[in-house]
Design a protein around this ligand. Sequence first.
Ligand SMILES: Nc1ncnc2c1ncn2[C@@H]1O[C@H](COP(=O)(O)OP(=O)(O)OP(=O)(O)O)[C@@H](O)[C@H]1O
Ligand SMILES: [Mg+2]
Length: 239
Amino acid sequence: MKKKLPDNFTVLIGGEKGGTGKSTIATNMALMLKLAGYDTHLVDCDKQMSSLKLSSRRSANEIKPQLICTHLQGDQLQVPLADLSEKYEAVVIDSGGQDSVELRSAMISPSVTLLVVPIQPGFFDVETLMDMNKLVSTSKIYNPNLEARCLISRASTHYLDTTAEEARVFIQSELNSLKDMKTVIRDRKPFGYSVATGECVYEYELRTHAKEKKATSEICDLFQEITGFKFINSYEGRK
Ligand SMILES: Nc1ncnc2c1ncn2[C@@H]1O[C@H](COP(=O)(O)OP(=O)(O)OP(=O)(O)O)[C@@H](O)[C@H]1O
Ligand SMILES: [Mg+2]
C-alpha cells in the first residue's frame, strides 16, 4: 500500500546559482513521485521553461504517466501555490536560476515547507550559499515552517574526489539556516540523456538496460531522504 505523504507536500527546488541541476532534480523528483503513485504537479517558475518543456516532450513522446506542469511567474505566488498544494498530493517547484522574485515569493509561501538548494561542490559555488543562507533566515520570518537543505549536485564521480565532502563540511560549519543532505547527486550521463526524451533517470536506465543504475540509485536516495520512505514504482506494468 502507498505510504501517506505529509499534508500539502510542496517541495521547492531553488537557489541563486545557475546550472546546478535544479531543473534536473525538480523534474526527476516530480516524476519519481508520480511513478510512486502520488497525484503530482510540477510548477516551473523559470523563463527558460526547462521543466515545462520536459513535460511537453514527455507528452509528445506519449510516455505514461504524464506529468502536468504549470508555468508561474511574478512575485505573488502564495495563492496559486496554496491552491495547487490543496489540490495535489505532491507539488514540486522549479524556481529557476537566480535570486528571482519567483524564488523569494515561493520561499515565503506558507504551503512551501521544504526548500532543496542543489549546489555544485566547488568553492566559488558553495560560497554563494552565504547569501542563500541569509535569504532563508529572512524568509523564515514570513514562513516559519520552511526547512532548507543543501543538496550536493553534479559532484565528480572520480573515486579520489574529496570536493563533495569538503562542501558538506562548509555547509555544516558556516551555514546556520541551511542543513546538508545525506544524498549526493553526481555528474552522470543519464541525467543529461533522460531529460531529452522526457524521462527521469529511473525510467531511462530501466529502458536502456543500464548495468549499474547509479543515477537511479542516487535519485532513489533523494526520494527517500525527502519523503521518509523507499521508492516503489506503483505504475510499472499499468497502462
Ligand atoms: N547530475 C547530473 N549529471 C550530469 N549532468 C547534469 C546533472 N545535473 C544537471 N546536469 C546537466 O547540467 C546542465 C544544467 O542542468 P539544469 O538545467 O538542471 O540546471 P539548472 O540549475 O536548472 O540551470 P538554470 O540555473 O539555468 O535553471 C544540463 O545540461 C543538465 O543536463
Ligand atoms: Mg533550470
